[in-house]
Design a protein around this ligand. Structure first.
Ligand code: HEM
Length: 208
């Protein structure tokens, strides 16, 4: 069996189902009372962080394909991107319920007035658009080229999410700085080889 078919037959199905694991861990910690002194805050932070990790890993699919020549890496992008969106939804729900008690006026005010919330909200909207347009039938309706262009917005969502993270951390910026470094590497690797002085490469889709 080639590594490509190993990805298709085992890694992809495992990922489709396995993305639920961080949520199961969170629910287990909630039920067993091991979420710490402030469970609501822990839920909000963990879901936000998990969304960002899935998003960054989804963006590594194209560089992995370029580095290894294994085309099947790009087939991991969609499940990874959809899990990023799912955790972003949970993250936003935590914010709406725990932070704002569903007071829509306050929420609107927060989105307009607090830059890190504005940026997080913009990232969320992009992930929403990418998730809605992720089914193959939508891709066919939009046309491959237009769909590819649209799905490059996954990089914009990642940039916004990293800014959101950098902005909200007050003391120890180690984790957002690592996320920013990973994103910079991914963006640098995304540039077509031509620009980096190598052979021309066809443009590839990004994201969800
Ligand atoms: C409507 C959209 C969003 C809102 C309102 C929002 C709001 C928040 C809030 C209130 C916090 C906690 C801040 C604090 O306690 O100081 C937070 C943390 C965070 N958010 Fe968001 N966020 C949104 C979207 C996103 C998205 C789309 C991502 C990633 C894809 C994301 C990633 C994170 C991360 C990584 C953290 C920090 C987690 C940690 O400290 O471990 N957020 N967000």
């Amino acid at each position: 069996m080639t590594f490509g078919s190993f990805i298709d037959r085992f890694i992809r199905p495992l990922l489709v189902v396995g993305g639920i694991v961080p949520a199961i861990v969170l629910v287990t910690r909630l039920v067993t009372g091991t979420l710490g002194a402030n469970p609501a805050e822990e839920l909000e932070h963990s879901t936000g962080f998990t969304a960002l990790v899935f998003l960054l890993v989804s963006l590594s699919a194209t560089p992995m394909r370029r580095l290894t020549g294994v085309a099947q890496f790009t087939r991991l992008r969609k499940p990874l991107g959809l899990w990023a969106f799912a955790y972003a939804v949970l993250h936003m729900l935590c914010y709406l319920v725990f932070d704002q008690s569903l007071l829509w006026g306050e929420i609107l005010n927060d989105i307009i007035k607090r830059p890190y919330i504005t940026v997080g909200f913009a990232a969320f909207l992009i992930l929403l658009v990418l998730a809605v347009t992720s089914p193959t039938r939508v891709m066919k309706r939009l046309g491959g080229k237009r769909w590819q262009k649209l799905h490059r917005l996954a990089y914009v969502a990642a940039v916004l999410a990293v800014f959101h993270f950098l902005w909200l951390v007050k003391l120890d910026i180690t984790r957002p700085a690592i996320a920013a470094a990973v994103l910079i590497v991914l963006l640098a690797m995304r540039r077509p080889k031509r620009e980096r002085g190598g052979e021309p490469q066809p443009e590839l889709t990004a994201g969800v």
